[in-house]
Design a protein around this ligand. Structure first.
Ligand SMILES: [Zn+2]
Length: 268
């Protein structure tokens, strides 16, 4: 899908004439996922006729600001508020790059432990909840509702809608590159450094509430007859009352979780 590129918004000082100038942008590692396929991979050249904020020029290339961790303008590390007014070479790095740059100069943090996923990421949501991770999800939520939950509950936004990720109130967010839920799960665990938080089977897959241990005697009248016979350990969701036990699918799930874990760790 080709997205229309936005026009950089002139900064307040843009009325003052500047000589036309050229900026060369180099987007490192997987940030070229967001670029069109014209020219050299990862490179974009722009001719500008007025002062322009670096955040606007980066987003006009299709790269949402929550994906940008480090910006270097002709060797100097800058923030999103930097204004361009003369020829420059701009390097843009995603989170998880191998550059040795002090953490205080980075624009993103990996210290986010709660998420809100958009309506198209139901399978990713389920997969993250299976790992015990906190993901708010409402299939029919509109953009405004997603942004409200993100802000009021201090969650990072997970969406493949890069326009939404570019919204100025989004502080933390991520656009899964893959369309496959298992690969998306690994991407999110790596991006936010979540390996140590993984606690499988501790969260309700349906409503995100942390599960509680449930004594068999308390729930026995809700179980099917074979489950009553074969299983003794149960967990219950205090939110939606769903009951969980390690059924026949359990070992398959556990194997998948181990795979996700080792991938996320191995590539970190
Ligand atoms: Zn529940």
């Amino acid at each position: 899908m080709r997205l229309p590129l936005s026009t950089p918004t002139p900064t307040r000082e843009s009325q003052i004439d500047v000589k036309p100038f050229t900026v060369n942008l180099h987007f490192h590692t997987d940030l070229d996922f967001f670029l069109g396929s014209i020219g050299r991979p990862g490179h974009i050249e722009r001719r500008l006729t007025e002062k322009t904020s670096i955040k606007d020029i980066i987003e006009s290339c299709g790269v949402p600001h929550p994906e940008v961790d480090i910006i270097r303008v002709t060797g100097q590390i800058v923030g999103f508020d930097h204004t361009l007014e003369e020829d420059a070479n701009i390097e843009v790095f995603p989170v998880g790059n191998r550059e040795t740059i002090p953490t205080e100069k980075r624009l993103q943090t990996s210290q986010v432990m709660a998420f809100v996923a958009d309506g198209h990421l139901g399978k990713l949501t389920r997969s993250l909840r299976l790992l015990g991770l906190d993901v708010a999800y409402e299939q029919k939520a509109n953009d405004r509702q997603l942004l409200d939950v993100m802000t009021s509950e201090n969650r990072a936004l997970l969406t493949r809608d890069r326009r939404l990720l570019m919204h100025s109130i989004v502080q933390h967010g991520y656009c899964p590159r893959s369309q496959k839920p298992d690969e998306q799960t690994i991407e999110v665990v790596r991006r936010f450094d979540l390996s140590d938080l993984i606690a499988p089977f501790t969260r309700c897959l349906r409503c995100n509430t942390p599960l509680e241990e449930a004594a068999k005697a308390e729930i026995i009248d809700k179980l099917e007859s074979l489950t009553k016979i074969y299983y003794d350990q149960f967990r219950r969701c205090p939110g939606c009352k769903q009951i969980y036990w390690s059924g026949s699918h359990f070992s398959k799930l556990q194997k998948r979780i181990e795979e996700i874990r080792s991938w996320a760790r191995g590539k970190a």
